[in-house]
Design a protein around this ligand. Structure first.
Ligand code: FAD
Length: 388
């Protein structure tokens, strides 16, 4: 595959082989059980860490591998390919979303206390932004952190937090400027909160998607954290979120390409096994054309996602490219999942069937990390500025 690729070298393909072998041996055999339990055990996190997969681009000073970004592209694509959205997003959120704020803006002390152990798989990260009244529109965020002596006192509610039930710390968006200066850009900050801190309430969320990620709703009731737990400057949260969101969206897009490719693979295997009117379902021209169209869509989407990754590697603020990749790849993965469910017949509606989980997981990916409508708004705003 790397032959002639403008993006991938032989080294990347060797890495892909190692990642695939790791997933086959250490993750896929157990993932269905983790989905049932809505939990990924610590041993799994340590297994990822032992392969160096929790800090591929993180600095060596924090235990990271400082690889080029296409190692992450390969990893995320293969992570999507395992076909378990819960595992995919638990790990992607930890490695590319929660910890990326610490890597880019964390103080040396925060890096030592949280980032290094997170890269080693000893601590698990979550990112707590969404609230009951604020999802797509961050202007509605209401959680607060008020200074009191050497501490910040945090109050508020967070919703749909991946890794929420078993994470060790939450990178949490809070208002720090007081009501008189409340505005979207003005007074958001990011603070690290330990799950075990007094006043943190964790309520498991019975999501039908991404089950192994242990999604939870989190309450903060007068939670005290030292002021040093603030990531970056006070009131710099909005700028940090805007920067890190590009990586989050790109990671969602790249892993969706792998997810769609896996859905096609398992569906093709099903079609070849399924006897039908004297041959197999895979021999029917209508079915073959559907599969050809879906395969072409996935291949086109991979090209877009790789191009976005290339843009991101040159400029981490490639907003248009990252938003397009997230939009297109998660929508294609959803279409592929829904079409493939149809090709599974009644099996596509049996609770517990792989294809059912895949449909739910793919549908959720078009909402999480920014709904498709939000991506379209960004693409039309930033795209025309960038392209014309
Ligand atoms: C599986 C999953 C995991 C998640 N994990 C996390 C996490 O770890 N941390 C975290 O902080 N949050 C997380 N979220 C929350 C996620 O970020 C929000 O769901 C997302 O931002 C959308 O917000 P909302 O659900 O409040 O929907 P709303 O903002 O209420 O939007 C509802 C719907 O309105 C439509 N819509 C939105 N904006 C527009 C627009 N401008 N124009 C037209 N239509 C629009 C879209 O169809 C959207 O789905 C997760 C969500 C899911 C589904």
């Amino acid at each position: 595959m790397s032959e002639g690729s403008p993006y991938l070298t032989e080294e990347h393909e060797v890495f892909r082989g190692a990642v695939r072998a790791f997933f086959k041996k250490e993750i896929v055999p157990y993932a269905a059980e983790w989905e049932r339990r809505r939990h990924m055990p610590r041993s799994a996190w340590h297994a990822f860490a032992a392969e160096g997969l929790l800090g591929l681009n993180h600095p060596a000073s924090a235990g990271g591998a400082e690889k080029d970004f296409f190692h992450s592209v390969v990893f995320l694509e293969e992570l999507g390919r395992i076909g378990f959205g819960g595992v995919r997003f638990a790990v992607a959120l930890h490695a590319y979303m929660g910890t990326s704020y610490l890597a880019t803006n964390g103080s040396p002390a925060l890096k030592e206390r949280y980032l290094r152990p997170a890269v080693a798989g000893d601590l698990i990260a979550a990112l707590a932004i969404t609230e009951p009244q604020a999802g797509s529109d961050l202007a509605g965020l209401a959680a607060t952190a008020v200074e009191d002596g050497d501490d910040l006192v945090i109050d508020g509610e967070k919703r749909f937090i991946v890794n929420g039930s078993f994470a060790d710390f939450y990178v949490t968006a809070v208002r720090t400027g007081g009501p008189q200066v409340r505005s979207l850009q003005g007074d958001l900050s990011l603070v690290v909160v330990d799950r075990t801190a007094e006043g943190v309430q964790v309520l498991p969320n019975d999501s039908i998607a991404w089950r192994a990620s242990g999604m939870a709703d989190i309450g903060f009731r007068g939670v005290r954290v030292p002021k040093e737990n603030m990531i970056g400057r006070r009131n710099s949260g909005f700028v940090q979120i805007m920067k890190n969101m590009q990586l989050e969206r790109l990671a969602a897009g790249i892993s969706a390409v792998g997810d769609a490719a896996n859905t096609l693979d398992i569906t093709w295997r099903h079609l070849k096994r399924r006897g039908m009117f004297g041959s197999t379902l895979s021999a029917k021209q209508a079915v073959r054309h559907t599969m050809a169209d879906l395969l072409t869509e996935v291949e086109a989407t991979r090209a877009l996602a790789y191009h976005a990754a290339w843009s991101y590697a040159r400029d981490p603020l490639s907003i248009t490219a990252c938003s397009m990749a997230k939009l297109k790849a998660t929508e294609v993965a959803r279409t592929v999942a829904e079409e493939c469910r149809h090709l599974h017949g009644a099996e596509g509606f049996r609770d517990g069937a792989d294809i059912v989980r895949i449909v739910h997981d793919a549908q959720a990916a078009t909402v999480a990390a920014g709904a498709s409508e939000v991506m379209r708004d960004i693409v039309v705003q930033s795209g025309y500025e960038e392209f014309h």
